[in-house]
Write a protein that binds this ligand. Structure first.
Ligand code: PBE
Length: 294
């Protein structure tokens, strides 16, 4: 009992000090935006292309005293939620499509130097020889195309607590015409094994689970394996995985695609007009990456 009281007291003390720190940050008495966020940009997994682009942004915009914090997609969105709920300043590495833009009022910081590229696309990459070994799967994977709206539905469903496989099955059930286009002209198979690799980015969790479900319905024995970005490219290049839906090009994964040039096949674009960059809540007064220098 005594211990409990002490524990409780220290929790109270801790939350008082956190609250004090929070209100300090929210007010405008911090002189620069850098000070208001401790010169930190909240990033995701270290292998993500957006992390490399952000390292470059820090160099190119001469943000010398800034630090890119690595973690994961899930940790980043949790940190965003915490700040957003208290209207505190925060700068994150963000991308579209992502459910966070539906849930929060956010904006991209302008990137006058073009560090984050412009017209990014999501590509499907396959191991060499997939066409010969699994022609039906190859065809479905190359036909796979959907919109930001389509992916948004699956992402929101998952975000609201539905298991990724169930969210994918819901979407497949609701969109038979789109699925029919992807499977058009292919025959069902009988338990052929196929392995897809993906990274735990919300956008790729959605696409990989949807195609996984479609392939399963076509008779494939599907394995979805979650890995980091580097190992994902390596697995497709060395043939230990059959394909991945997580290749963002031309800029985001430029280094990976150059490293494995000639060792994989780019077999289709599932979405165009996607985007990466630095993202902040709309309640922040800054508009451009240049503003981080002030
Ligand atoms: N992303 C989502 C990935 C690609 C997909 C933008 C976080 C990246 O930066 O590599």
């Amino acid at each position: 009992m005594w211990k409990k009281i002490i524990g409780f007291a220290s929790v109270v003390a801790l939350s008082f000090s956190l609250a004090a720190c929070g209100s300090d940050k929210a007010s405008s008495n911090k002189s620069t935006v850098g000070d208001s966020v401790d010169h930190k940009i909240i990033g995701i997994d270290p292998g993500a292309g957006i992390m490399e682009a952000t390292d470059k942004a820090i160099k190119d915009y001469k943000l010398d005293d800034w630090q890119l914090v690595s973690g994961s997609s899930a940790a980043m969105t949790a940190t965003l939620k915490k700040a957003y709920d208290k209207k505190e300043p925060i700068i994150i590495t963000g991308w579209n499509p992502h459910w966070m833009f539906a849930k929060y009022d956010l904006k991209y910081l302008k990137d006058p130097k073009g560090v984050y590229g412009s017209a990014e696309e999501i590509h499907t990459i396959a191991r060499k020889g997939l066409k010969k070994d699994l022609p039906e799967a190859y065809k479905i994977l190359s036909n796979f195309k959907w919109s930001e709206d389509d992916m948004g539905k699956v992402m929101l469903d998952i975000q609201q607590g539905t298991k990724p496989a169930d969210a994918a099955a819901n979407w497949v059930k609701d969109n038979p015409e789109k699925v029919a286009k992807w499977t058009d002209g292919t025959k069902k198979v009988n338990g052929k094994k196929i392995k897809l690799v993906y990274v735990a980015w919300d956008s790729e969790i959605a696409s990989t689970n949807v195609i996984g479900k479609v392939l399963e319905d076509q008779g494939f024995d599907v394995t979805l394996t979650q890995v980091e970005a580097g190992p994902m490219w390596t697995a497709v290049a060395d043939g230990s995985a059959d394909a991945s839906l997580s290749a963002w090009l031309p800029l985001t994964h430029k280094n990976y695609s150059e490293k494995y040039n000639g060792k994989f096949e780019d077999i289709g674009t599932s979405m165009t007009g996607v985007k990466i960059g630095l993202v902040v809540p709309k309640y922040m007064k800054i508009d451009s990456i240049e503003d981080l220098k002030k």
